[in-house]
Design a protein around this ligand. Structure first.
Ligand SMILES: [Zn+2]
Length: 257
């Protein structure tokens, strides 16, 4: 094979792996969300993925959530809810970890399924302190901060992305984009019931076992966060994802866009 053809074969277009009725985002915010959180949309093996990157309100979320089959299971004292196929593979991973004398446990009651309101509250928990911080630093006027604060939660997103382009970041440690810290309202993978935040994310053996059962890290620098893709690791590149390695030899799979 000529080198050029070989390279072409390697460039697998993520878009061709999206579900048939998927609504490709047109807005700047929607495109960024697809780029950062979109690995989810190639998930397979019996799960359903949303047909959009942004849910507009609680109504849209609950209609979609009630259209898919879910299971609730108590793991380490927390009752969590996931799509049934994702839960089945998670339970297998938890059992394999236990056989090897360690554990895979959720970080809290909101570690799997979330409601639209929960994504709004988490968003505000980052945005509000960051607005105060940057106002005190003289990077934002009080009037500007107040204006952003008074917007509807989703309308804040574009304003915050614009500030981040100028180095005014809203992640928890204020050093990077808020999307690596908390999802904008209506965009969290947790709404799809295919994501789980765990305590043992630092353990490479935990990560290996989760990967064996189709659970991967797909949001760069959100370390406790795992996503059910329902594929083996060697299928991911051919599904339109690319691998990002961090300095701790952690692997993240994100859309190859
Ligand atoms: Zn998460």
């Amino acid at each position: 094979m000529r080198k050029k053809d070989f390279d072409k074969d390697l460039i697998i277009n993520f878009r061709t792996h999206l579900p048939e009725k998927f609504q490709l985002p047109k807005s700047v915010v929607g495109k960024k969300i697809l780029k950062e959180y979109g690995a989810l949309f190639i998930a397979g093996r019996g799960v359903t993925v949303p047909d959009r990157v942004i849910f507009k309100d609680e109504e849209e979320v609950s209609v979609w959530q009630s259209s898919v089959e879910t299971s609730r299971v108590n793991i380490a004292g927390f009752e969590i809810e996931l799509q049934t196929a994702a839960m089945k593979h998670l339970k297998n991973a938890v059992a394999e970890a236990e056989e090897n004398n360690f554990s895979i446990t959720p970080r809290g009651a909101d570690s799997a399924r979330r409601s639209y309101a929960e994504t709004v509250n988490l968003w505000a928990s980052r945005v509000c302190p960051a607005l105060i911080y940057w106002t005190n630093q003289g990077k934002l006027t009080e009037a500007n901060a107040e204006k952003i604060h008074s917007l509807m939660p989703f309308e804040q997103v574009a304003e915050i992305f614009k500030l981040e382009e100028k180095g005014v970041f809203f992640s928890k440690d204020l050093s990077k984009s808020i999307v690596y810290s908390v999802a904008p309202p209506g965009t969290s993978q947790h709404l799809s019931m295919l994501a789980l935040d765990i305590n043992e994310y630092k353990n490479s053996e935990t990560r290996r076992i989760l990967a064996k059962y189709g659970w991967f890290q797909t949001v760069v620098s959100d370390l406790p966060h795992f996503t059910f893709l329902g594929k083996s690791e060697n299928e991911l590149a051919a599904s339109g994802l690319k691998k990002i390695n961090d300095e701790d030899a952690r692997v993240f799979w994100i859309p190859n866009l």
